[in-house]
Design a protein around this ligand. Structure first.
Ligand SMILES: NC(=O)c1ccc[n+]([C@@H]2O[C@H](COP(=O)([O-])OP(=O)(O)OC[C@H]3O[C@@H](n4cnc5c(N)ncnc54)[C@H](O)[C@@H]3O)[C@@H](O)[C@H]2O)c1
Ligand SMILES: [Zn+2]
Ligand SMILES: [Zn+2]
Length: 361
Protein backbone atom coordinates (compact mmCIF):
# COMPACT_ATOMS: atom_id res chain seq x y z
CA UNK A 1 0.00 0.00 0.00
CA UNK A 2 1.35 3.41 -0.94
CA UNK A 3 1.97 5.67 2.04
CA UNK A 4 1.45 9.38 2.54
CA UNK A 5 4.27 11.28 4.22
CA UNK A 6 5.46 14.88 4.48
CA UNK A 7 8.13 16.12 2.11
CA UNK A 8 9.68 19.38 0.89
CA UNK A 9 9.02 20.28 -2.72
CA UNK A 10 10.33 23.02 -5.01
CA UNK A 11 7.17 23.86 -6.97
CA UNK A 12 8.68 26.06 -9.69
CA UNK A 13 11.70 28.12 -10.69
CA UNK A 14 12.76 30.40 -7.83
CA UNK A 15 9.54 29.77 -5.89
CA UNK A 16 9.82 29.19 -2.15
CA UNK A 17 9.94 25.54 -1.17
CA UNK A 18 7.12 24.12 0.95
CA UNK A 19 6.09 21.02 2.84
CA UNK A 20 3.51 18.91 1.00
CA UNK A 21 1.98 15.49 1.36
CA UNK A 22 3.94 13.01 -0.75
CA UNK A 23 2.71 9.62 -1.90
CA UNK A 24 5.42 6.96 -1.61
CA UNK A 25 4.65 3.73 -3.51
CA UNK A 26 5.52 0.32 -2.14
CA UNK A 27 8.94 -0.78 -3.37
CA UNK A 28 8.86 -2.59 -6.69
CA UNK A 29 11.53 -5.02 -7.91
CA UNK A 30 14.98 -3.73 -7.05
CA UNK A 31 13.61 -0.84 -4.99
CA UNK A 32 13.59 0.09 -1.29
CA UNK A 33 11.58 2.43 0.90
CA UNK A 34 13.75 4.16 3.47
CA UNK A 35 12.57 5.92 6.64
CA UNK A 36 14.72 9.04 6.49
CA UNK A 37 16.32 10.06 9.79
CA UNK A 38 18.43 12.99 8.64
CA UNK A 39 19.12 14.90 5.43
CA UNK A 40 21.63 17.71 4.92
CA UNK A 41 20.91 20.84 2.89
CA UNK A 42 23.37 20.93 -0.02
CA UNK A 43 24.00 23.76 -2.46
CA UNK A 44 22.80 21.46 -5.23
CA UNK A 45 19.29 21.54 -3.68
CA UNK A 46 19.39 25.30 -4.06
CA UNK A 47 20.54 24.88 -7.71
CA UNK A 48 17.47 22.67 -8.29
CA UNK A 49 15.12 25.22 -6.75
CA UNK A 50 16.65 27.98 -8.89
CA UNK A 51 16.15 25.95 -12.07
CA UNK A 52 19.91 25.61 -12.50
CA UNK A 53 19.88 21.82 -12.98
CA UNK A 54 16.84 21.25 -15.20
CA UNK A 55 13.20 22.29 -15.54
CA UNK A 56 11.55 19.10 -14.31
CA UNK A 57 9.55 20.84 -11.57
CA UNK A 58 8.15 20.00 -9.09
CA UNK A 59 11.22 18.59 -7.37
CA UNK A 60 11.21 16.61 -4.17
CA UNK A 61 14.38 18.09 -2.67
CA UNK A 62 17.02 16.58 -0.37
CA UNK A 63 19.68 14.05 -1.26
CA UNK A 64 22.23 13.94 1.57
CA UNK A 65 20.59 11.43 3.84
CA UNK A 66 20.75 8.51 6.19
CA UNK A 67 17.93 6.35 7.49
CA UNK A 68 16.61 2.88 8.06
CA UNK A 69 15.38 0.56 5.35
CA UNK A 70 11.68 -0.03 5.92
CA UNK A 71 10.74 -2.33 3.04
CA UNK A 72 12.41 -3.83 -0.02
CA UNK A 73 10.97 -5.08 -3.32
CA UNK A 74 11.49 -8.37 -5.11
CA UNK A 75 15.02 -9.42 -5.88
CA UNK A 76 16.70 -7.15 -3.32
CA UNK A 77 19.41 -9.04 -1.48
CA UNK A 78 22.01 -6.45 -0.43
CA UNK A 79 19.86 -4.68 2.16
CA UNK A 80 16.91 -5.69 4.32
CA UNK A 81 14.39 -3.95 6.53
CA UNK A 82 16.05 -2.55 9.65
CA UNK A 83 19.42 -1.85 8.00
CA UNK A 84 20.94 1.56 8.76
CA UNK A 85 21.99 3.06 5.43
CA UNK A 86 23.42 6.14 3.78
CA UNK A 87 21.70 6.99 0.49
CA UNK A 88 23.88 7.50 -2.56
CA UNK A 89 23.00 9.12 -5.87
CA UNK A 90 25.20 6.96 -8.06
CA UNK A 91 24.01 3.37 -7.75
CA UNK A 92 26.37 1.56 -10.08
CA UNK A 93 25.00 -0.82 -12.71
CA UNK A 94 27.83 -3.36 -12.87
CA UNK A 95 27.29 -3.81 -16.62
CA UNK A 96 28.20 -0.63 -18.49
CA UNK A 97 31.54 -0.13 -20.24
CA UNK A 98 33.00 1.69 -17.20
CA UNK A 99 31.86 -0.98 -14.74
CA UNK A 100 33.09 -3.78 -16.99
CA UNK A 101 36.52 -2.17 -17.17
CA UNK A 102 36.74 -2.21 -13.38
CA UNK A 103 36.04 1.50 -12.89
CA UNK A 104 32.59 1.41 -11.31
CA UNK A 105 32.96 4.88 -9.76
CA UNK A 106 32.61 6.22 -13.31
CA UNK A 107 29.52 4.07 -14.00
CA UNK A 108 27.76 5.56 -17.05
CA UNK A 109 24.40 3.97 -16.28
CA UNK A 110 23.64 4.65 -12.62
CA UNK A 111 20.04 4.03 -11.67
CA UNK A 112 17.24 5.22 -9.41
CA UNK A 113 13.82 3.85 -8.44
CA UNK A 114 11.66 3.07 -11.50
CA UNK A 115 8.40 4.13 -9.88
CA UNK A 116 7.71 7.78 -9.17
CA UNK A 117 6.65 9.43 -5.95
CA UNK A 118 3.76 11.85 -6.48
CA UNK A 119 1.68 14.56 -4.88
CA UNK A 120 -1.78 13.43 -3.71
CA UNK A 121 -3.30 14.70 -7.01
CA UNK A 122 -1.02 12.33 -8.92
CA UNK A 123 1.52 14.95 -10.07
CA UNK A 124 4.82 13.13 -10.51
CA UNK A 125 7.75 14.47 -8.51
CA UNK A 126 11.37 14.63 -9.67
CA UNK A 127 13.47 13.55 -6.70
CA UNK A 128 16.67 15.61 -6.38
CA UNK A 129 19.56 13.46 -7.66
CA UNK A 130 17.15 10.52 -7.74
CA UNK A 131 16.76 10.57 -3.96
CA UNK A 132 14.29 13.16 -2.58
CA UNK A 133 15.03 12.81 1.13
CA UNK A 134 13.61 15.97 2.67
CA UNK A 135 10.76 13.59 3.39
CA UNK A 136 9.78 11.23 6.16
CA UNK A 137 10.18 8.33 3.75
CA UNK A 138 11.57 8.02 0.27
CA UNK A 139 11.64 5.45 -2.52
CA UNK A 140 15.03 4.64 -4.03
CA UNK A 141 16.77 1.90 -5.96
CA UNK A 142 18.11 -0.63 -3.46
CA UNK A 143 21.61 -0.01 -4.87
CA UNK A 144 21.32 3.56 -3.56
CA UNK A 145 21.38 2.20 0.00
CA UNK A 146 24.78 1.53 1.56
CA UNK A 147 24.91 -0.13 4.96
CA UNK A 148 27.20 1.47 7.53
CA UNK A 149 27.89 1.02 11.25
CA UNK A 150 24.69 2.14 13.05
CA UNK A 151 26.78 3.52 15.93
CA UNK A 152 27.13 6.80 14.01
CA UNK A 153 24.54 9.58 14.45
CA UNK A 154 22.26 9.86 11.39
CA UNK A 155 22.78 13.62 11.00
CA UNK A 156 26.50 12.97 10.69
CA UNK A 157 26.26 9.86 8.51
CA UNK A 158 23.93 11.48 5.99
CA UNK A 159 26.53 14.06 5.05
CA UNK A 160 28.59 11.39 3.36
CA UNK A 161 25.66 10.93 0.98
CA UNK A 162 26.72 13.99 -1.00
CA UNK A 163 28.78 17.05 -0.15
CA UNK A 164 31.23 15.63 2.34
CA UNK A 165 31.88 12.55 0.21
CA UNK A 166 32.21 14.73 -2.89
CA UNK A 167 34.79 16.90 -1.14
CA UNK A 168 36.80 14.15 0.53
CA UNK A 169 36.70 12.12 -2.70
CA UNK A 170 37.72 15.13 -4.82
CA UNK A 171 40.92 15.17 -2.76
CA UNK A 172 41.71 11.52 -2.14
CA UNK A 173 40.12 9.82 -5.17
CA UNK A 174 40.04 12.32 -8.06
CA UNK A 175 42.98 14.50 -7.03
CA UNK A 176 45.02 11.60 -5.69
CA UNK A 177 46.31 13.82 -2.88
CA UNK A 178 49.06 12.05 -1.00
CA UNK A 179 51.61 12.50 1.75
CA UNK A 180 53.62 15.69 1.40
CA UNK A 181 51.51 17.24 -1.37
CA UNK A 182 50.53 20.88 -1.54
CA UNK A 183 46.82 21.44 -2.04
CA UNK A 184 44.70 24.55 -2.53
CA UNK A 185 40.94 24.47 -2.14
CA UNK A 186 38.89 27.30 -3.64
CA UNK A 187 35.50 27.69 -1.95
CA UNK A 188 35.22 26.49 1.64
CA UNK A 189 31.61 25.47 2.06
CA UNK A 190 30.68 21.94 3.05
CA UNK A 191 32.30 20.51 -0.08
CA UNK A 192 35.49 22.56 0.05
CA UNK A 193 35.97 21.94 3.77
CA UNK A 194 35.54 18.24 3.16
CA UNK A 195 38.27 18.48 0.50
CA UNK A 196 40.44 20.11 3.14
CA UNK A 197 39.65 17.40 5.69
CA UNK A 198 40.33 14.75 3.02
CA UNK A 199 43.67 16.32 2.11
CA UNK A 200 44.59 16.42 5.80
CA UNK A 201 43.62 12.77 6.16
CA UNK A 202 45.77 11.89 3.14
CA UNK A 203 48.84 13.60 4.62
CA UNK A 204 49.08 16.76 2.51
CA UNK A 205 51.81 19.03 3.86
CA UNK A 206 50.40 22.38 2.76
CA UNK A 207 46.65 22.97 2.56
CA UNK A 208 45.60 26.43 1.41
CA UNK A 209 41.97 27.43 1.89
CA UNK A 210 40.57 30.17 -0.37
CA UNK A 211 37.21 31.86 0.16
CA UNK A 212 35.66 35.31 0.04
CA UNK A 213 34.24 34.99 3.55
CA UNK A 214 36.50 35.19 6.62
CA UNK A 215 34.11 33.07 8.69
CA UNK A 216 34.53 30.24 6.19
CA UNK A 217 38.30 30.64 6.34
CA UNK A 218 38.32 30.44 10.14
CA UNK A 219 36.32 27.23 9.97
CA UNK A 220 38.60 25.86 7.23
CA UNK A 221 41.53 26.12 9.63
CA UNK A 222 39.76 23.83 12.07
CA UNK A 223 39.32 21.34 9.22
CA UNK A 224 43.04 21.16 8.53
CA UNK A 225 43.91 24.20 6.40
CA UNK A 226 47.47 25.32 7.07
CA UNK A 227 47.02 28.69 5.32
CA UNK A 228 44.03 30.83 4.34
CA UNK A 229 43.51 33.40 1.59
CA UNK A 230 40.60 35.81 1.33
CA UNK A 231 40.32 36.16 -2.45
CA UNK A 232 38.24 39.33 -2.14
CA UNK A 233 41.29 41.04 -0.68
CA UNK A 234 44.23 39.13 -2.13
CA UNK A 235 44.88 37.68 -5.58
CA UNK A 236 44.54 33.96 -4.82
CA UNK A 237 46.80 32.83 -7.67
CA UNK A 238 49.69 34.95 -6.44
CA UNK A 239 49.05 34.01 -2.83
CA UNK A 240 49.00 30.29 -3.59
CA UNK A 241 52.20 30.55 -5.63
CA UNK A 242 53.88 32.47 -2.83
CA UNK A 243 52.90 29.83 -0.28
CA UNK A 244 54.28 27.05 -2.49
CA UNK A 245 57.78 28.31 -3.17
CA UNK A 246 56.62 30.40 -6.14
CA UNK A 247 55.34 27.41 -8.10
CA UNK A 248 51.68 26.67 -7.37
CA UNK A 249 49.99 23.76 -5.66
CA UNK A 250 50.26 20.13 -6.72
CA UNK A 251 46.48 19.81 -6.59
CA UNK A 252 43.95 22.64 -6.77
CA UNK A 253 40.35 21.80 -5.98
CA UNK A 254 37.64 24.13 -7.26
CA UNK A 255 34.59 23.80 -5.01
CA UNK A 256 32.54 26.80 -6.15
CA UNK A 257 31.56 25.99 -9.74
CA UNK A 258 32.25 29.28 -11.54
CA UNK A 259 34.47 30.15 -14.54
CA UNK A 260 36.50 32.75 -12.63
CA UNK A 261 37.31 30.39 -9.77
CA UNK A 262 38.14 27.64 -12.27
CA UNK A 263 40.61 30.03 -13.93
CA UNK A 264 42.15 30.73 -10.55
CA UNK A 265 42.49 27.00 -9.96
CA UNK A 266 44.01 26.53 -13.40
CA UNK A 267 46.73 29.14 -12.84
CA UNK A 268 47.33 28.41 -9.14
CA UNK A 269 48.50 24.90 -9.98
CA UNK A 270 52.14 23.88 -10.37
CA UNK A 271 53.36 22.62 -13.75
CA UNK A 272 52.06 19.10 -14.31
CA UNK A 273 49.71 19.56 -11.38
CA UNK A 274 46.08 18.59 -11.16
CA UNK A 275 42.93 20.70 -11.19
CA UNK A 276 39.82 19.07 -9.80
CA UNK A 277 36.45 20.66 -10.56
CA UNK A 278 33.97 19.52 -7.93
CA UNK A 279 31.82 22.69 -7.89
CA UNK A 280 28.84 22.41 -10.23
CA UNK A 281 28.46 25.16 -12.86
CA UNK A 282 25.13 26.28 -14.32
CA UNK A 283 24.24 25.77 -18.01
CA UNK A 284 25.02 29.30 -19.24
CA UNK A 285 28.58 29.39 -17.86
CA UNK A 286 31.47 29.41 -20.34
CA UNK A 287 35.21 29.05 -19.85
CA UNK A 288 37.88 30.65 -22.01
CA UNK A 289 41.52 29.66 -21.64
CA UNK A 290 44.54 30.03 -23.94
CA UNK A 291 44.90 26.55 -25.43
CA UNK A 292 48.65 26.99 -25.30
CA UNK A 293 48.45 27.29 -21.51
CA UNK A 294 46.37 24.12 -21.34
CA UNK A 295 49.12 22.37 -23.24
CA UNK A 296 52.12 24.18 -21.80
CA UNK A 297 51.19 23.73 -18.15
CA UNK A 298 50.71 20.00 -18.57
CA UNK A 299 49.19 17.84 -15.88
CA UNK A 300 45.55 17.02 -15.71
CA UNK A 301 42.23 18.83 -15.58
CA UNK A 302 39.66 16.59 -13.95
CA UNK A 303 36.03 16.73 -12.96
CA UNK A 304 34.87 14.93 -9.87
CA UNK A 305 31.44 13.36 -9.96
CA UNK A 306 30.58 12.61 -6.39
CA UNK A 307 34.24 12.49 -5.45
CA UNK A 308 34.71 9.47 -7.75
CA UNK A 309 33.47 7.51 -4.80
CA UNK A 310 32.36 3.93 -4.67
CA UNK A 311 29.75 4.04 -1.92
CA UNK A 312 30.19 0.39 -0.96
CA UNK A 313 33.94 0.96 -0.53
CA UNK A 314 34.09 4.53 0.78
CA UNK A 315 31.06 5.06 3.03
CA UNK A 316 31.78 2.29 5.57
CA UNK A 317 35.50 3.16 5.57
CA UNK A 318 34.91 6.87 6.28
CA UNK A 319 32.28 6.11 8.93
CA UNK A 320 34.79 3.81 10.62
CA UNK A 321 37.47 6.53 10.54
CA UNK A 322 34.92 8.90 12.04
CA UNK A 323 34.01 6.46 14.81
CA UNK A 324 37.71 6.01 15.58
CA UNK A 325 38.05 9.77 16.02
CA UNK A 326 40.23 10.25 12.94
CA UNK A 327 37.73 12.21 10.80
CA UNK A 328 35.48 14.73 12.52
CA UNK A 329 32.35 14.52 10.38
CA UNK A 330 30.39 16.17 13.20
CA UNK A 331 32.26 19.42 12.54
CA UNK A 332 30.28 19.86 9.31
CA UNK A 333 26.92 20.07 11.09
CA UNK A 334 26.24 23.71 11.93
CA UNK A 335 22.62 23.22 12.96
CA UNK A 336 19.84 20.68 12.93
CA UNK A 337 16.45 21.86 11.66
CA UNK A 338 12.92 20.67 10.92
CA UNK A 339 11.39 19.92 7.53
CA UNK A 340 9.59 23.26 7.38
CA UNK A 341 12.84 25.19 7.85
CA UNK A 342 14.54 24.28 4.55
CA UNK A 343 13.72 27.63 2.91
CA UNK A 344 15.31 29.40 5.86
CA UNK A 345 18.32 27.11 5.60
CA UNK A 346 18.78 28.12 1.95
CA UNK A 347 18.85 31.76 3.03
CA UNK A 348 21.42 31.00 5.70
CA UNK A 349 23.50 29.04 3.18
CA UNK A 350 23.27 31.92 0.74
CA UNK A 351 24.46 34.33 3.44
CA UNK A 352 27.32 31.99 4.28
CA UNK A 353 26.10 31.42 7.84
CA UNK A 354 26.27 27.63 7.75
CA UNK A 355 28.41 24.77 6.57
CA UNK A 356 25.56 22.32 6.76
CA UNK A 357 22.04 22.61 8.08
CA UNK A 358 20.70 19.11 8.59
CA UNK A 359 17.03 18.27 8.67
CA UNK A 360 16.36 15.66 11.35
CA UNK A 361 13.17 13.63 11.23
N1 LIG B 1 30.70 17.28 -7.83
C1 LIG B 1 29.82 16.83 -6.97
O1 LIG B 1 29.57 15.63 -6.95
C2 LIG B 1 29.17 17.77 -6.00
C3 LIG B 1 28.47 17.28 -4.88
C4 LIG B 1 27.90 18.21 -3.99
C5 LIG B 1 27.99 19.56 -4.24
N2 LIG B 1 28.66 20.00 -5.33
C6 LIG B 1 28.81 21.42 -5.66
O2 LIG B 1 29.89 21.94 -4.91
C7 LIG B 1 29.73 23.35 -4.78
C8 LIG B 1 29.88 23.76 -3.33
O3 LIG B 1 28.82 23.19 -2.57
P1 LIG B 1 28.65 23.56 -1.02
O4 LIG B 1 27.50 22.76 -0.54
O5 LIG B 1 29.96 23.49 -0.34
O6 LIG B 1 28.19 25.09 -1.15
P2 LIG B 1 28.32 26.30 -0.12
O7 LIG B 1 27.40 27.35 -0.59
O8 LIG B 1 28.20 25.78 1.27
O9 LIG B 1 29.83 26.78 -0.28
C9 LIG B 1 30.31 27.57 -1.32
C10 LIG B 1 31.51 28.36 -0.78
O10 LIG B 1 32.13 29.05 -1.86
C11 LIG B 1 32.46 30.34 -1.42
N3 LIG B 1 32.55 31.20 -2.60
C12 LIG B 1 31.55 31.74 -3.34
N4 LIG B 1 32.05 32.46 -4.34
C13 LIG B 1 33.41 32.38 -4.25
C14 LIG B 1 34.48 32.92 -4.99
N5 LIG B 1 34.27 33.70 -6.06
N6 LIG B 1 35.74 32.63 -4.59
C15 LIG B 1 35.96 31.84 -3.50
N7 LIG B 1 34.98 31.31 -2.77
C16 LIG B 1 33.72 31.58 -3.13
C17 LIG B 1 31.36 30.72 -0.46
O11 LIG B 1 31.74 31.77 0.41
C18 LIG B 1 31.13 29.39 0.26
O12 LIG B 1 31.96 29.27 1.39
C19 LIG B 1 28.35 23.66 -5.37
O13 LIG B 1 28.54 24.08 -6.71
C20 LIG B 1 27.65 22.32 -5.32
O14 LIG B 1 26.62 22.23 -6.28
C21 LIG B 1 29.25 19.12 -6.19
ZN1 LIG C 1 27.91 0.87 -14.79
ZN1 LIG D 1 24.57 17.53 -2.81
Amino acid sequence: MAQEVRGVIAPGKDEAVRVETIVVPDPGPGEAVVRVQACGVCHTDLHYKQGGINDDFPFLLGHEAAGVVEAVGDGVTDVEPGDFVILNWRAVCGKCRACLRGRPWYCFDTHNAKQRMTLTDGTELSPALGIGAFAEKTLVAAGQCTKVDPAVAPQVAGLLGCGVMAGIGAAINTGGVGRGDSVAVIGCGGVGDAAIAGSHLAGAATIIAVDIDDRKLAKARTMGATHTVNSRETDPVEAIRELTGGFGADVVIEAVGRPETYQQAFYARDLAGTVVLVGVPTPEMKLELPLLDVFGRGGSLKSSWYGDCLPSRDFPMLIDLHLQGRLDLGAFVTETIQLDEVEKAFERMHQGDVLRSVVVL
